[in-house]
Design a protein around this ligand. Structure first.
Ligand SMILES: Cc1cc2nc3c(=O)[nH]c(=O)nc-3n(C[C@H](O)[C@H](O)[C@H](O)COP(=O)(O)OP(=O)(O)OC[C@H]3O[C@@H](n4cnc5c(N)ncnc54)[C@H](O)[C@@H]3O)c2cc1C
Length: 227
């Protein structure tokens, strides 16, 4: 994927690859420096070394490679994503500096039911006779919050207080820079079925954007439990 490549996610979000340092070869070279060796080209047998590193938790070679993304996602997605702390750096748009636009909230394409066997999770779609009412309620609540936010601003209330009434579905933007090991850890945890469907879509996009540069490293890291 070229730098600046962007994948659309959900109704208004995206993941954009801003910058990248390293590749599978740089992982191999970071490991081989132990023997005073360096290679110019990645060979098939280097895959085995990468698999060995991941399997035996010799993880430091994966932390010389870094990836930087620009992400637009709803706040509830970032609440989950930002729990990933180690090896990452975050910067986010500030509602203290900027006024939020009035149509920037996430509208689900369908409403899921509460899961019966997973207290956090969801399953299937709600009953068809409730779908219009659910969408109407959801959109009205978002609209009301945004209208009242605008009203508070027009009354002279500062942005940093007015924003407190905005919903979790509001879109925000961040720069996220992360080591390859930390990105792989994020992809592994947030692609699996217990993670919320919306963050799974972001995890898939992140993976797609970097997979061609780190195919062997990602395959190895994603098949282990390395943190
Ligand atoms: C399906 C799912 C459900 C979740 N539900 C909740 C929830 O209900 N509430 C909630 O608050 N969070 C929840 N989380 C977030 C979860 O607890 C983690 O905070 C999140 O997945 C980030 O993972 P991490 O801590 O491994 O990442 P990082 O913080 O990036 O840490 C990476 C690794 O570094 C090591 N590490 C990090 N901190 C320490 C430390 N202090 N000491 C030693 N080693 C350390 C660990 O090996 C860790 O795996 C959930 C996550 C998932 C995937």
């Amino acid at each position: 994927m070229p730098q600046d490549a962007e994948i659309k996610v959900l109704d208004r979000g995206f993941v954009r690859l801003v910058d990248m340092m390293g590749n599978d070869l740089s992982v191999v070279n970071a490991a081989r420096v132990s023997f005073g060796k360096r290679k110019e080209h990645f060979e098939e047998k280097d895959k085995k070394l990468i698999q060995y590193l991941a399997k035996h938790e010799h993880t430091s070679p994966f932390r010389h490679a870094y990836v930087q993304f620009h992400i637009k996602a709803p706040i509830f997605v970032f609440r989950q994503w930002m729990k990933h702390q180690v090896g990452c750096s975050w910067n986010e748009i500030s509602g203290r500096y900027v006024e939020f636009p009035d149509d920037e909230f996430f509208i689900p394409s369908l409403f899921r039911q509460q899961s019966k066997d997973n207290k956090q999770g969801s399953q299937g779609e709600i009953e068809s006779e409730h779908r219009i009412a659910a969408r109407t309620a959801y959109e009205a609540a978002c609209r009301h919050a945004v209208d009242e936010y605008k009203k508070l601003l027009s009354l002279g209330v500062c942005r940093e207080q007015a924003r407190c009434i905005l919903p979790l579905g509001l879109y925000s933007e961040v720069y996220w820079t992360s080591s390859l090991q930390a990105v792989a850890h994020f992809i592994r945890l947030r692609s699996e079925s217990h993670s919320q469907w919306e963050i799974q879509q972001y995890a898939h996009a992140v993976r797609e954007l970097i997979e061609k540069v780190f195919p062997a490293s990602l395959e190895a890291l994603l098949s282990t439990d390395v943190g």
